[in-house]
Design a binder for this molecule. Structure first.
Ligand code: MRU
Length: 359
């Protein structure tokens, strides 16, 4: 779909280079472009926990390579011990963040591959793990392309698209999920406007989405989260597209805090509300959204802004990083295989039950 690179100045989110894992530090963007060569598995865990690599699909790819980093220096171990260490590291990496299912999906897939590989020595098994991580990485790019292809027709000439947080190239290793239809339409010469929510408290919309869309030459306007409903009421938004961290079997989904409010407002104003969802983010084992674990992050992210305290000393704060939107508010899921519409329980399962989803 895309013939030329979208970004000339943006380093890849994740790169595997001759046995090294390179991560673009997203906490420093947009002002500094710092690429970290991740030294060991503890550093991978911290990079995920501290959002230096973030966004559900990118977390899955980073975790798969993270297991390779964990085992890189253990190829002299007896094979049984190597396998036991691999399981231990996978279980630990999975604790880095709870909500994005791509983390456990990527790790479980690596473990399945290891169990299915009949290697006589640890060095051979290590090579098989690297191959599998590279396959997960390549597939992630292809999933984004598929979402772009199927979502592009939703973006009409002169329309306004609202997005939340960053479900962009930086959240994946390809075109992004929510941004894939945007980039595809932009490449096809469609003229349209994007409104990016700033996304308190960590401002992924302002720092990352606004940045990458601007870099790609897309017409993007940054708005405060609290302005979204008002902008909808003015008729400026024709379509909402958001990403997701986990979609339950009934179509309820988790995404960055604030998504639920957007869905309610879009429903009120009769604006179509789409969720871009690669199969790696579908969790058919979780029946409904109420069962999705929501990450609660440090209260300091709310009481402080850019390292400066903004709330009174001693102030209590809650900081749920995600919310769950009920499937009744979803117009459709844009997947790599096509757009899935209600009833989601049936349509998601029939499209993906045999497609290697997170289930
Ligand atoms: O806390 P983050 O920055 O990892 O949250 C990311 C989001 O909520 C994204 O919308 C979601 O992971 C989808 S990314 C394609």
């Amino acid at each position: 779909m895309v013939s030329q690179p979208l970004f000339t100045t943006l380093a890849p989110t994740i790169e595997w280079r001759a046995g090294d894992l390179l991560l673009l530090d997203q906490t420093r963007l947009p002002h500094e472009m710092v690429v970290e060569n991740v030294a060991d598995v503890a550093a991978v865990w911290r990079a995920i926990r501290e959002l230096r690599v973030r966004g559900a699909p990118a977390i899955g790819v980073a975790a798969a390579y993270g297991l390779c980093i964990a085992m890189r220096d253990s190829t002299a171990l007896p094979i049984a011990q190597f396998r036991a260490e691999l399981e231990r590291h996978a279980n630990w990496l999975e604790t880095a963040r709870p909500t994005a299912v791509n983390l456990s999906w990527g790790l479980r897939r690596m473990l399945r591959h290891a169990r299915a590989t009949d290697a006589k020595d640890a060095a051979t098994l290590y090579e098989a793990l690297v191959d599998e991580a590279m396959r997960i990485h390549a597939e992630d790019r292809a999933l984004c392309e598929g979402i772009g292809e199927h979502g592009m027709p939703l973006i009409a000439q002169d329309c306004g698209v609202l997005t939340h947080c960053n479900a962009g190239a930086l959240a994946t290793t390809g075109l992004g999920t929510a941004t894939a239809p945007i980039y595809a339409a932009h490449r096809a010469g469609v003229a349209f406007r994007v409104y990016a929510d700033e996304t308190r408290p960590l401002l992924q919309g302002a720092r990352l989405t606004a940045f990458e869309l601007q870099q790609a030459g897309v017409d993007v306007t940054l708005i405060m989260d609290s302005a979204a409903a008002s902008i909808m009421s003015q008729g400026l938004i024709d379509l909402v597209i958001v990403g997701t961290d986990r979609v339950a079997a009934n179509g309820d989904f988790a995404n960055k805090i604030g998504t639920l409010g957007l869905a309610i407002a879009a429903n009120h104003y009769g604006i179509p509300f789409y969720v871009a969802c690669p199969s790696s983010t579908l969790d058919l084992e979780t029946p409904a959204g109420a069962r999705i674990e929501i990450e609660e992050r440090d209260a300091e992210e709310v009481t402080h802004l850019a390292g400066q305290r903004i709330a009174p000393d001693g102030m209590k704060a809650r900081n749920p990083a995600f919310d769950v939107t009920p499937h009744a508010l979803v117009t459709g899921f844009i997947t790599e295989l096509g757009i899935v519409r209600a009833p989601f329980e049936r349509s998601l399962r029939s499209l993906f039950a045999t497609e290697g989803s997170a289930a």
